[in-house]
Design a protein around this ligand. Structure first.
Ligand code: AMP
Length: 542
């Protein structure tokens, strides 16, 4: 007969992260770029005091456990205070993506039942545009001091958060919640239809944040300085605002200044050792560093995900700048990081070229997460690195159903990701495409990601995107868009010649279009839908 474990049953709670961080690393710093560009500096202890004041203030406004509080904000200290105050007191922190279309923004605020919305002053015009469409929001609170309070002529009345918390006590008894209680809410980017909400539990956030600290993931401890470029409105900034307080790492928040020059300057001045963000950010940063012949004096590693990190960029970070790239995969539905490159000694001993190829894959599932790939009938495919099918995922911090959905999103206990992947015998997963992005030519799959990676390896290419467009004979053929680096020139033939050495001949794009920029979505990913919309008919009738 099984024996019951005789251990305490203590819940995993967001408030416990704050109290842990304060008790163990109270003097650790948080540096935050404010909306006006200035740097704000305080400690974990100061953060906790203001978070408790905000929890009291929200209670005074009549909010209760289970209420939802929206935020439209950058990565900054007041947003961080809200993260802890709202979730800690049993409410739901709903982070809104400010790059959503105002209609979609209003939709998610209403769908989430936000009673209060916290916003950065830079988003005042957006608030003015959506407020009239969000009748259930009782208070619009600007994340600023009284003197910076914007007036929204013809818009809603606005309170300044600093004023709101001023008279409040910095003591607050965090409720002892069930760890399965909803703590944070984030909506998918929603390329089709309405965005769908994912309601994260305290347990999911804590476990995912703990996992992010592991040596095989981002290696966080009290000697690191962490700069999450990934926005706090996009999957909880990969849970890094929690991971910093769990590990005791100094936290640097970049605010609205995400341009390469500002990021580089902040990394250097605050002696940042670890960062995290999407590849487009790193492409820009490397270009800046190269152009100005700079070096990273303290940066040791960077977490990358959200879209595939090109091998050429991995090589550059690693070989030229000594920055270790940790390439992971995750989605809104997986709370944060679900897989991560984690090379063993044999793999590390391989030539640089092979190592970079491995890191270019999306890695192994971290403990707590399981992955598999299945064919159209749902049959599990072998882990041979070749058989590709839909990636399925299950685990401690994976969505079960979307917010307010009546039906589970799972298929036989697994979440279907919509990504097409392979997994090899060592468990290394490689994303080959999104189901909707994959190009099927003559019945065979062409990976848009592989083609893009191959093109970005060209020294004159800044960005590349590939979409499948209808073709009368082959069903679909690849169309490539290229953004050149400043001052560079390249012909279609030169691109094709370069690609010929890197991909199968039948993968070569039928057309290469040079463009000034690519449409980027709210989370820095190329909006392929937009490209398809504009250019989908290119080969029709050929
Ligand atoms: P989102 O929910 O907006 O974060 O988007 C999640 C999607 O981004 C995933 O389903 C993948 O299609 C894509 N994605 C995330 N990380 C990677 C990666 N490392 N490589 C390729 N695609 C990725």
């Amino acid at each position: 007969m099984q024996q019951p474990g005789r251990m305490m049953d203590r819940p995993l709670l967001v408030s416990a992260i704050l109290e842990h961080g304060t008790a163990q690393f109270g003097a650790q710093q948080i540096v935050s770029r404010e909306t006006d560009g200035s740097l704000h500096r305080y400690t974990f202890t100061d953060l906790a005091a203001r978070a408790r004041q905000l929890a009291n203030a929200l209670q005074a406004l009549g909010l209760k456990a289970g209420s939802t509080v929206g935020s439209i904000a950058w990565n900054n200290h007041r947003h961080l205070e809200a993260y802890y105050a709202v979730s800690g007191s049993g409410m739901v922190m709903h982070t809104c993506n400010p790059r959503l279309h105002p209609e979609q923004l209003a939709y998610i605020i209403n769908h989430a039942d936000d009673e209060v919305v916290l916003f950065d002053t830079s988003f005042a015009p957006l608030v003015k545009a959506v407020a009239a469409h969000c009748p259930r929001v009782r208070h619009w609170v600007a994340l600023c001091g009284e003197t910076d309070l914007p007036t929204l002529e013809g818009g809603p009345a606005v309170l300044a958060v600093d004023r709101l918390i001023q008279a409040q006590s910095d003591r607050f008894e965090w409720p002892e919640l069930d760890e399965k209680t909803g703590a944070a809410l984030c909506y998918t980017s929603g390329t089709t239809g309405h965005p769908k909400g994912v309601l994260y539990s305290h347990r999911a956030l804590c476990l995912s944040a703990l996992s992010a600290c592991l040596p095989g993931v981002l290696s966080l401890w009290a000697q690191e300085t962490l700069l999450p470029v990934v926005p706090m409105f996009h999957i909880n900034a990969w849970c890094l605002p929690y991971a910093a307080l769990i590990s005791g790492a100094k936290l640097v928040l970049p605010g609205p200044r995400l341009d390469p020059a500002s990021l580089y300057e902040l990394m250097e001045s605050e002696r940042v050792t670890v960062s995290a963000g999407v590849p487009t950010i790193w492409m820009g940063l490397i270009q800046h560093v190269e152009q100005h012949q700079l070096r990273f004096s303290t940066m040791r590693r960077t977490g990358v995900g959200g879209s595939a990190m090109p091998k050429a960029l991995i090589a550059k970070f690693n070989d030229v700048y000594g920055v270790d790239v940790r390439h992971g995969w995750g989605m809104t539905e997986t709370t944060a990081i679900a897989t991560m490159s984690n090379l063993g000694p044999d793999e590390m001993a391989r030539p640089a070229e092979e190592r970079h190829t491995l890191v270019g894959k999306q890695g192994k599932s971290v403990f707590g997460i399981e992955i598999k790939v299945v064919d159209e009938n749902g049959t599990t495919l072998p882990r041979d690195g070749v058989s590709q099918g839909e990636l399925m995922v299950r685990g401690q911090w994976i969505v079960e159903r979307y917010h307010k959905a009546e039906r589970s999103a799972l298929v036989e206990g697994w979440f279907p990701t919509g990504d097409i992947a392979t997994i090899d015998a060592q468990g290394v997963m490689q994303i080959r495409d999104r189901t909707k992005d994959v190009i099927k030519s003559g019945g065979e799959w062409i990976s848009s990601i592989d083609l893009e990676n191959a093109a970005v390896a060209h020294p004159a290419v800044a960005m590349a995107a590939v979409i499948g467009v209808k073709h009368p004979r082959w069903d679909e053929r690849p169309l490539m868009f290229i953004v050149l680096k400043p001052g560079q020139e390249l012909s279609k033939q030169q691109v094709l010649d370069f690609l010929t050495e890197r991909v199968a001949k039948w993968w070569l794009p039928d057309e290469v279009l040079f463009v000034d920029s690519l449409p980027l979505g709210g989370t820095g990913k190329v909006q392929k839908n937009e490209l398809r919309h504009q250019h989908g008919g290119v080969f029709e009738g050929r």
